[in-house]
Design a protein around this ligand. Structure first.
Ligand code: AMP
Length: 305
């Protein structure tokens, strides 16, 4: 039985950053997520790809206890995203979104994933996210991500998904766009009033803001001199976050804070190379070393008053 189930996109991306260019490389919310989460737990992916997709390119995930049987191969082309970043690497500019096989996708959650204790609805059409929720028995933690494309095109369906989830892990810009509040405290509180108990807002190089019903928690990003390509950083954060929660087996306020740190560590690796490449060659000793380096950046002794 699968512990962590993710539904989202498996894509071919074309990306341009101030430091280089990559065409038709592996990407997608579910793929970046799984690449990271698979360091901590077994993962099952629900996604679709077109007949042009080379499944061999992701077969390495099987060695990391990932079940790929939930990836449906449909007639047509794989989902494609083209994006560009300027020197503000926190801001992706979408040049083109080709939904392709996503447009007619009817997600079928494999029997083995239906009792997954942890379910992550990665960025994909909110109507498909609703289909997935309906097929999974109530998980211990049901967590949602989305992006401006769906906020602008499918807001009603998205609001229905938000009512049903326990947590949101979204970009700060998306939190502002959904809630029409500039202030993160006010925006997060607005969302919490609609159902979820916790909102985690990703703030790129400025770290993470979390609010639940009782408290606020802030975590910095890991300071890196060379950020090469931020694509997938958010999904990789979510993969580290959910993978950690599934590994410890609970989503208490304390484990959520620890999971935010693990997500931060994983995202810091993702931005060091294009596509899924850095996380593909990552090792557990490197993860542990960076965790200690990040913790070191957050230590201080009490001020003297
Ligand atoms: P992020 O973690 O936000 O940088 O996510 C980047 C990934 O999201 C890319 O690999 C894209 O393939 C994927 N993506 C881009 N637009 C969408 C969309 N509208 N729906 C789902 N996935 C998308």
């Amino acid at each position: 039985m699968i512990k962590l189930c993710v539904a989202g996109t498996v894509a071919y991306d074309s990306i341009e950053t101030p430091f280089g260019k990559a065409d038709n490389v592996l990407g997608g919310s579910a793929l970046h997520f799984t690449n990271a989460a698979s360091f901590f737990t077994d993962v099952g992916i629900v996604a679709t790809v077109g007949s042009d997709f080379d499944l061999e390119g992701i077969s390495f995930l099987k060695d990391r206890s990932v079940d790929l049987s939930g990836i449906e191969v449909d007639q047509g082309k794989t989902f494609r995203w083209e994006g560009r970043y300027g020197y503000d690497l926190n801001q992706a500019i979408t040049l083109k979104t080709e939904l392709n096989v996503i447009e007619t996708f009817k997600p079928k959650v494999p029997e083995d994933y239906r009792n997954a204790e942890f379910l992550f609805l990665a960025n994909i059409d909110p109507e498909l996210q609703l289909h997935v929720i309906d097929q999974v028995a109530k998980p211990a933690a049901l967590v949602l991500d989305t992006m401006n494309f769906w906020i602008e095109n499918k807001l009603d369906a998205l609001m229905k998904v938000i009512e049903r989830v326990d947590m949101l892990v979204i970009n700060e810009a998306e939190l502002r766009e959904i809630t029409k509040e500039h202030n993160l405290l006010k925006g997060a509180r607005k969302l919490i009033e609609t159902g979820p108990t916790c909102v985690v807002a990703k703030r790129g190089e400025y770290g993470v803001f979390m609010m639940n019903r009782d408290e606020v928690f802030l975590a910095p990003a890991f300071p890196l001199e060379d950020v090469f390509d931020p694509t997938g950083a958010g999904d990789t954060f979510a993969g580290g976050f959910m993978g950690y929660l599934a590994n410890v087996g609970e989503a208490t306020a304390e484990s959520v804070k620890q999971a935010i740190i693990m997500g931060t560590v994983m995202a810091s690796f993702n931005v060091e190379d294009f596509s899924i490449n850095r996380i593909k060659r990552l090792t557990m000793p490197e993860i542990k070393e960076r965790y200690h380096a990040l913790k070191g950046c957050m230590q201080f002794t009490d001020i003297r008053l």
